[in-house]
Design a protein around this ligand. Structure first.
Ligand SMILES: O=P(O)(O)OC[C@@]1(O)O[C@H](CO)[C@@H](O)[C@@H]1O
Length: 394
């Protein structure tokens, strides 16, 4: 299907989800960041400037000496600068907003704040929280179950862990994602068929991570299960090269989650120590390609990343934003075949995603009809999820 058949998601229509992200979520986030850290006057001023710009102003350029100014020019900054923020496509505008926010807090510039994650206070609180304790303790009860049941439980934890998205909670509130858990597409069987248990050292699983802390912990436990049961001989965890979409995982977040797991008791601690060894022995690698923070879909990924992902037996792709980037950030008919939209991906791919934006494909017509008839905003509330697989039959 030609991408021109579905319009790109834009943020310029009041009442749409994308518009609410620019109009409500981004300003709220700038204020939260400013309040979460004792920033000096220059940083507070820069954050206030960004707030004014995204509220009433037009898109400003990066400083000409920014390390990535040329990269963003190549990514289209030249045509965005000077336009109202609401004129940009949703994906481009969101990505550039996070880049600018990091610039405002001095993340990239030489100085004392270089490399300090402005979202760390939120991520740290979540990783230390009792909810993670409870989830880790629950792992002990799994040990007695047959392998397939454990695999499904861990897959479910990684899938629903995607609700733990701090950006989402800024507008949805803590309680919103707790509604009826429902899969709008369920291709778990096809996923497991690609990774039979046993000793297959050649099987490699790549996991393109989404959020840190409460999502990354179950992601890591899932990878441990795949490695420990021989469903995979090696794994690669792809994280973001810099803080992004509030809670997206970076390499620092991966280290923190591994420490949290390794220090836990019971089955979680055992898994954590196995993962630690897997990293030390090179069976679990962590990557952070710059393209993971690019404002484009994965169809446009550069050749080096394409070649790397092509080595995967299957790539597990987590979360809402990764899904938008996989199928294209466009208003597809929800019945559009997922396999068609994901055919460009260099390896078989399985999307594990709770629905938090308008983009969705691969849902059966009867399911769409029932969901639409319910009157619920099922695409954006995080109460529904999907497991979809493409490229498995090639
Ligand atoms: O990718 P994630 O963490 O599952 O969700 C990211 C998200 O909260 O942010 C975007 C809007 O800012 C949406 O795609 C989605 O709702």
């Amino acid at each position: 299907m030609n991408t021109d058949e579905a319009p790109a998601v834009r943020a310029d229509v009041p009442g749409t989800f994308a518009h609410s992200v620019l109009a409500e979520r981004h300003p709220a986030l700038v204020r939260q960041v400013r309040d979460a850290t004792p920033y000096p006057p220059a940083v507070r001023g820069a954050l206030d400037g960004l707030l004014a710009e995204i509220t009433d102003g037009t898109v400003a350029p990066l400083p000409p000496d920014a390390h990535d100014a040329r990269q963003w020019d190549a990514w289209g900054a030249g045509t965005a600068v000077g336009r109202p923020w609401y004129d940009l496509t949703f994906l481009w505008g969101e990505s550039y907003f996070y880049r600018r926010l990091l610039g405002a807090v001095g993340y990239f510039a030489p100085g004392v704040r270089q490399g300090l994650d402005p979202f760390a206070p939120f991520k740290d609180a979540e990783l230390r929280g009792t909810a993670v304790d409870e989830e880790l303790a629950a792992l002990d009860a799994l040990a007695e179950h047959p392998e397939r049941e454990r695999a499904d439980a861990l897959l479910g934890a990684a899938l629903w862990g995607n609700r733990a998205d701090l950006g989402f909670r800024i507008t949805a509130g803590e309680t919103a994602p707790g509604g009826a858990a429902q899969l709008v597409a369920d291709e778990r069987e096809r996923l497991w068929d690609m990774l039979p248990p046993g000793d297959d050292p050649a099987a490699t699983v790549h996991l393109i991570a989404d959020n840190a802390a409460r999502e990354l912990v179950p992601d890591l436990l899932l990878l441990d299960h795949l490695l420990h049961t021989g469903r995979a001989g090696s794994a690669v965890l792809h994280v973001k090269p810099y803080p992004y979409y509030v809670s997206d995982a970076t390499a620092a977040d991966a280290d923190a989650a591994l420490r949290r797991l390794a220090a836990a008791g019971g089955a979680a601690g055992e898994a954590g120590r196995r993962l630690w060894d897997a990293v030390a022995e090179g069976r679990l690698a962590i990557g952070a390609h710059p393209f993971f923070c690019a404002p484009f879909g994965y169809a446009e990924m550069p050749d080096d990343l394409r070649r790397h992902l092509a080595t995967a037996t299957v790539t597990l792709l987590k979360g809402d934003l990764n899904y938008r980037r996989l199928v294209g950030d466009r208003l597809w008919q929800p019945t559009t075949p997922f396999a068609d939209r994901a055919a460009h991906f260099p390896s078989p791919v399985a999307a594990l995603r709770t629905l938090k934006s308008d983009v969705v494909t691969g849902v059966a017509p009867a399911t769409v009809a029932a969901l639409d008839a319910s009157g619920e905003p099922w695409r954006v509330t995080g109460t529904h999820a999907l497991v979809q697989v493409a490229g498995a039959d090639a």
